[in-house]
Design a protein around this ligand. Structure first.
Ligand SMILES: C[S@@+](CC[C@H](N)C(=O)[O-])C[C@H]1O[C@@H](n2cnc3c(N)ncnc32)[C@H](O)[C@@H]1O
Length: 369
């Protein structure tokens, strides 16, 4: 008999007793089950892990985000206290690099109170080490747990990890895609009944798509919590993720383990599960909450406008030949565009309080809906 992991055992039990579960519930349990979830039990980042993120590719990424934050602080009127909040800080690398760059502006550095939103005990342990000699900080499980106050909020590769609902177009309407058991293996099934009135929330150009089309959506509670905080207390947010600028149809649910694509339904809890971020949906939700949105723009254009090439030249000038070539290849990796290149796959969206009408390196703002 096959030995199942405790998480697989639990998922099988849930399906056997309550029937197939929505893809969103499956993804949530795989990623954040309090005992067996992927993020709960490991540090998946870096060359020895499952995937690598922009801050882990080069210090330049976090440094430029730090300078971007400084420009926001300036636009806020240089308040004496400001929260620097990061959602899903991973190994803490981006925050450490950002704070190091911010040290050149002592008044801003002193004004900052650092808050990290992290649920993973394993990653919290890494963050404690990374930030030990940098600046004191506090952890929270939810953004809502951070004390009130003006804030600059950062999130890199956070939204892609949040659960995605998949809806499948059928003759009878849009049905939720489920995960069930077929021949004793996890398999996709389709809810027998359509989700009432779901069609009206699908973008007009997707409504008449052929049967079998998949449309993905996420709950809006996280983006709304960010927007509400900015509207009420002032400040801005920067959201960076891979995804699409305009809402569209398509199945983007994927698993990555050991830097290779895997099947999301095999060995649950052992691979990183993600799906593209729908930036139009994020911007629409934020505008509804009364904040301005800026962009989205491609990551390559964003980093170039912030001066990544000049920063790379400086690092190259001061480094030995091997690390000079590492800097050059990191620069290329972060900004290059192409169908599979980070510089164009990743997008950057800014949110701001209506009193801040421009954000560095992001295009024109769009007003509250
Ligand atoms: C893909 S990693 C990105 C890490 C980091 N931002 C980087 O760029 O290297 C996702 C991060 O979000 C955290 N995370 C995922 N889901 C979360 C949730 N529901 N609540 C809080 N943190 C979450 C993970 O533990 C991890 O720190």
């Amino acid at each position: 008999m096959t030995e199942h992991s405790p998480l697989e055992h639990y998922l099988r039990h849930l399906i056997a007793t309550a029937g197939p579960m929505p893809v969103a519930r499956y993804m949530q349990l795989c990623m954040t089950h309090p005992d067996y979830g992927y993020y709960v039990s490991r540090d998946p980042l870096g060359r020895g892990g499952d995937f690598i993120t922009a801050p882990e590719i080069s210090q330049m990424f976090g440094e430029l985000i730090g300078l971007w934050a400084a420009s926001v602080w300036n636009a806020m009127g240089m308040p004496e206290r400001v929260q620097l909040i990061e959602l899903g800080p991973g190994r803490g690398t981006m925050m450490a690099d950002a704070l190091r760059a911010i040290r050149i502006l002592p008044a801003f550095y002193e004004a900052i109170e650092v808050h990290l939103i992290e649920l993973s005990p394993s990653l919290r342990a890494v963050q404690r080490d990374t930030l030990a000699d940098v600046k004191p900080f506090q952890w929270h499980h939810l953004l809502g747990d951070v004390p009130d106050g003006p804030a600059i909020i950062l999130a890199n590769e956070y939204f892609d990890a949040l659960p995605i609902h998949q809806m499948v177009k059928q003759e009878t309407g849009w049905h939720e895609r489920m995960v069930g058991l077929v021949d004793d293996a996890f398999a996709y099934t389709i809810a027998p009944e359509p989700t009432p009135r779901f069609g009206v929330s699908v973008p007009p150009h997707v409504r008449n798509a052929p049967n079998g089309t998949i449309f993905e959506w996420r709950e809006t509670n996280e983006i709304m919590a960010i927007a509400r905080r900015i509207r009420e207390f002032g400040g801005a947010a920067l959201l960076i993720d891979y995804g699409h600028i305009r809402s569209d149809a398509g199945d983007t649910f994927q698993a990555v383990a050991r830097h290779e694509y895997a099947d999301p339904l095999r060995t649950p809890g052992t691979a990183d599960l993600t799906a593209h971020v729908d930036f139009q949906a994020l911007a629409d939700a934020a505008q509804t909450m009364g904040v301005l949105t800026h962009g989205p723009v491609e990551q390559g254009a964003f980093l170039t406008q912030l001066g990544i090439e000049t920063r790379a030249q400086t690092l190259i000038k001061h480094s030995a030949s091997q690390s000079a070539s590492d800097v050059a290849s990191a620069l290329k990796r972060l900004v290059e565009s192409g169908p599979k290149a980070m510089g164009s796959l990743f997008k950057v969206l800014g949110l701001s309080h209506p009193s801040i009408t421009t954000l560095a390196a992001l295009s024109d703002s769009n007003g509250p809906a």
